[in-house]
Design a binder for this molecule. Structure first.
Ligand code: MN
Length: 162
């Protein structure tokens, strides 16, 4: 699942269920459907599974204060292989490279996630793989801003919150 989160800066929280928790990355520009786009992803804390349908406004002053919607959700399959052998997703992420096949409401198809820097400034890149779901013109982040659960946007949530 992917949350759109308008905190101190707008970002998309990309979360994959791995070993009973949600492994998470903050992706400032969101995931692209264009294989030429390399989207920066900063790892964040694992989140518990019950966060999977969280929408709401985190109060100002709290960590991550601001509106959150469920921008996309669905199932995924780990497709990581090395030399033709399937690799467990937790192991693949520990090694710094995994591929997944998403079956989301907005995003589908293969994505590669690769660690490009370690340590205090750990950084990953998320890239759409070349398959039938790749589309350089679609721009779902720009054209489909609404929640897949409620149809609301982060702006709607702020208005409702007063
Ligand atoms: Mn966030």
């Amino acid at each position: 699942m992917i949350q759109k989160h308008d905190a101190s800066s707008l970002h998309y929280d990309f979360r994959l269920e791995v070993g009973g928790v949600l492994r998470s990355w903050a992706v400032p520009k969101g995931l692209s459907t264009d294989p030429r786009d390399k989207r920066l992803a900063m790892p964040t804390e694992d989140h518990p599974m019950d966060y999977i349908d969280f929408e709401g406004v985190i109060p100002k002053g709290q960590y991550g204060g601001g509106p959150v919607i469920v921008w996309d959700n669905g199932t995924f399959e780990n497709t990581t292989t090395r030399k033709g052998t399937a690799i467990d997703l937790a192991q693949a992420l520990d090694a710094g490279h995994a591929t997944v096949w998403l079956e989301g409401r907005k995003l589908t198809g293969g994505y590669a996630i690769t660690r490009v820097a370690t340590g205090k400034d750990e950084r990953w890149l998320v890239v759409k793989m070349k398959d039938e779901a790749a589309d350089a013109r679609r721009n779902p982040v720009g054209t489909q801003p609404e929640s897949v659960l409620s149809g609301r946007t982060v702006e709607d949530l702020v208005e409702e919150d007063g």
